[in-house]
Structures are given as structure tokens and as C-alpha cells.
Write a protein that binds this ligand. Structure first.
Ligand SMILES: [Fe+2]
Length: 317
């Protein structure tokens, strides 16, 4: 099997550019995932983010997680658990309006560092979206513009820790799903592994790599590219040893952004098999109830809604 794609972004500035763009294209078409190194976020700064995130977990989250495990009797389960994940999380929203001042238990330094980290990730996400535009033959800035809506993109970070789990075969760290949104940038633990993606019917490990950022594509990019790029199922297997840190930052369309296949892509291919058109917030509302199910019925549901709306227009015309 082909090895997991690792993209050295430094090579985009030199004679390796064409080959690197080709690697990104292949990763988008065949993996839905890739890992970037030399992405411009300083390694020392990433070390600080990691240190503060782990300190925060130990100080403010670990005890609460242990209490939840005890209350639900999760240590002693004998059969597969399908309604929860073995993870401790909280969410930081950066855009369109930050929630950081309302999140409890964040020390001033951690808050300041996460704000700076988010600003750097936002820039990287937009740079990556433009690389995708280039590979797709879309005008520069097209994806950013589609995501913008009236207030700019939704951008936030899910801060997760996956503590050691006594029954990883019965309780998943995070059950299999595709991401609903646009592009996801993940800073994951370089020592404790666990993230896997589904490729050609097999679960493949996403290798932990120091100071890298894992990138994956969400359902919205599948719709906009009309299936040229696909969101890919992934899951987290909790480990029996070690706590895995995961900072997943979601660069998503604005709530009122209208999502539909890019005309430049579908006209060129003259396809009749089109993905649906919808408001991103409607998609998210639907997704929340069916996150851990296959994505195809989600797209079908919105296609059917479109057809019903078309018929309604005809009937009232
Ligand atoms: Fe995910």
C-alpha cells in the first residue's frame, strides 16, 4: 500500500514546486488526508502550545474525566459502547467571534498562546485552500470567498485529550466519522498515536510526526469539488498507555454561506450527477444528529430537499 503522504511545504518555494503540488493533488484525490511539515509555524511555539495544553488537561480536565468514567462504570464494560467516546474535550471558537474570554479555567498565558496559534493556523488554512484552488483550476481565493458568507468563516479548535483506556476494543477514543466542514488542521501528539483513516476498506494509521500538521478535507470540499476530492472516514483508537493530545482546528464556511459544486468544475466536465446546494448551517444542523453515520445519505437528503423545492416552484408558478 502507498505510504501516507507527507508534504514538505518549503519545497513550494523552489524548483520542487510542481512535484509538491502534484503530491498535494494526489493526496486530496486519493487520501482526503496529508501531513505538512515546514509549514511556517515555529517548532518552539508548537512546543509551548503542547506544554500548556497538557498542563491545562492535568490541572483542569483529568479529574473530571475520571469522575465521568467512574460514574458510568466504563472501566468494567463487557460489551461495545456505541453512544460515547473515550475523550476529554472543550471547544475554542476563534471566528467569527471568539469565545475565549468565556471559556472557564483558561490561564491568561494559555489563552494568549492559543489566540496566537489560531491566527497562524487561520493563515495556513487559507494558504492550503489556495493550493487546492490551484490544483483544481479554480481562481485564487475562490474557496475562501465561498466560505466567507456575510461574516467570514467559522473557525474553531476542538481541544481533546484521549486518556489511557482499559478497553480500547470496546470503547473508541472517537467513533468513525467524516468531518462536516471545510478543511481541518490537526496538531497531534507525536508520541501517543491512535488516529486512523479508512482507505480502500482498511484502517490506516496517521503517523505521529513531531511538529507536523495533519490536514484533512471535510464534506463541504467534497460538495464544492463535486466529488473530485472526498471527505474520508477517520476514528481514534484509544491507547492503553499514555494520553494523546489532539488540537483539531476546523476552518469551515460561514453559517450563511451557500455551498454548491463550483460551476467552473462541473461545466468543464459536463456532468449531470451534481452534489446538492444548501446553506452551511442547514447542513450542520442535519449533521449533528447523524455524525457517526455514512455521509452519502446526508448528501442524498439535501438533493431530495432540492428536488422537492423545485417541484414546489413549478406547482406555484
Ligand atoms: Fe474528525
Amino acid at each position: 500500500m502507498a505510504t501516507f503522504p507527507v508534504i514538505n511545504m518549503e519545497k513550494l518555494n523552489g524548483e520542487g514546486r510542481a512535484a509538491t503540488m502534484e503530491m498535494i493533488k494526489d493526496a486530496c484525490e486519493n487520501w482526503g488526508f496529508f501531513e505538512v511539515v515546514n509549514h511556517g509555524i515555529a517548532p518552539e511555539f508548537m512546543d509551548t502550545v503542547e506544554k500548556l495544553t497538557k498542563e491545562h488537561y492535568r490541572k483542569c480536565m483529568e479529574q473530571r474525566f475520571k469522575e465521568m468514567v467512574a460514574k458510568k462504570g466504563l472501566e468494567a464494560v463487557q460489551s461495545e459502547i456505541n453512544d460515547l467516546d473515550w475523550e476529554s474535550t472543550f471547544f475554542l471558537r476563534h471566528l467569527p467571534v471568539s469565545n475565549m474570554s468565556q471559556v472557564p479555567d483558561l490561564e491568561a498565558e494559555y489563552r494568549r498562546v492559543m489566540k496566537e496559534f489560531a491566527a497562524q493556523l487561520e493563515k495556513l488554512a487559507e494558504q492550503l485552500l489556495d493550493l487546492l484552488c490551484e490544483n483544481l483550476g479554480l481562481e485564487k481565493g475562490y474557496l475562501k470567498k465561498v466560505f466567507y458568507g456575510s461574516k467570514g468563516p467559522n473557525f474553531g479548535t476542538k481541544v481533546s485529550n484521549y486518556p489511557p483506556c482499559p478497553k480500547p476494543d470496546l470503547i473508541k477514543g472517537l467513533r468513525a466519522h467524516t468531518d462536516a466542514g471545510g478543511i481541518v488542521l490537526l496538531f497531534q501528539d507525536d508520541k501517543v498515536s491512535g488516529l486512523q483513516l479508512l482507505k480502500d476498506g482498511q484502517w490506516v494509521d496517521v503517523p505521529p510526526m513531531r511538529h507536523s500538521i495533519v490536514v484533512n478535507l471535510g464534506d463541504q470540499l467534497e460538495v464544492i469539488t463535486n466529488g473530485k476530492y472526498k471527505s474520508v472516514m477517520h476514528r481514534v483508537i484509544a491507547q492503553t498507555d499514555g494520553t494523546r493530545m489532539s488540537l483539531a482546528s476546523f476552518y469551515n464556511p460561514a453559517s450563511d454561506a451557500v455551498i454548491y459544486p463550483a460551476p467552473a468544475l462541473v461545466e468543464k466536465e459536463q456532468t449531470r450527477d451534481l452534489y446538492p446546494k444548501f446553506l452551511f448551517e442547514d447542513y450542520m444542523k442535519h449533521y449533528l444528529g447523524v455524525k457517526f453515520q455514512a455521509k452519502e445519505p446526508r448528501f442524498e437528503a439535501f438533493k431530495n430537499m432540492e428536488n422537492t423545492a423545485d417541484l414546489g416552484q413549478v406547482a406555484t408558478a
